[in-house]
Design a protein around this ligand. Structure first.
Ligand code: IDP
Ligand code: MG
Length: 140
């Protein structure tokens, strides 16, 4: 199996409820290593660009508003099959459909305020990591 990296974001609903440590414990408990991490408050431009792929979707404007409503924690997670592993640890987009024991099942407030973002492919992971981090900020 391949060691991969994936981009994770702890979303404003989770930072507001002081869940950064609890969520990071889920990542580390699953074998994912946090090799870069920064707390920041996204601008409209940054959030809009990050979610550009969804700009035709009806929820895009609300999503950008939500993602700029408070601080986020952007992170790079590293491990065996990190992209898929993180998606498993996160759970389904809609917490109503998320499996028991997943972050979204346990912490998400709604389909929008669902506590975490995770890249959905190795290709997107590379682009999303480069969006937030330079090479020397990632310490494996
Ligand atoms: P993902 O985060 O599980 O990959 P995506 O379909 O990529 O889900 O959607 C990106 C984000 O947009 C979701 O995490 C969620 O915050 C928001 N979102 C997705 N679908 C809906 C919806 O139907 N209503 C409101 N917000 C949504
Ligand atoms: Mg997605």
């Amino acid at each position: 199996m391949a060691v991969e990296r994936t981009l994770s974001i702890i979303k404003p609903d989770a930072t507001r409820r002081n869940l950064t440590g609890a969520i990071n414990a889920r990542f580390e408990g699953s074998g994912l290593r946090i090799v870069a991490q920064r707390r920041m408050w996204l601008t409209d431009t940054q959030a809009g660009k990050f979610y550009e792929v969804h700009k035709e979707r009806p929820f895009y404007k609300d999503l950008v508003k939500f993602m700029t409503s408070g601080p986020v924690v952007v992170q790079v997670l590293e491990g065996e099959n990190a992209v898929l592993k993180n998606r498993e640890v996160m759970g389904a987009t809609n917490p109503a459909n998320a499996a028991e024991g997943t972050i979204r099942k346990d912490f998400a407030e709604s389909i929008e305020a669902n506590s975490v973002h995770g890249s959905d492919s190795a290709e997107n992971a590379a682009n999303e990591i480069a969006f937030f981090f330079s090479g020397c900020e990632i310490v494996g």
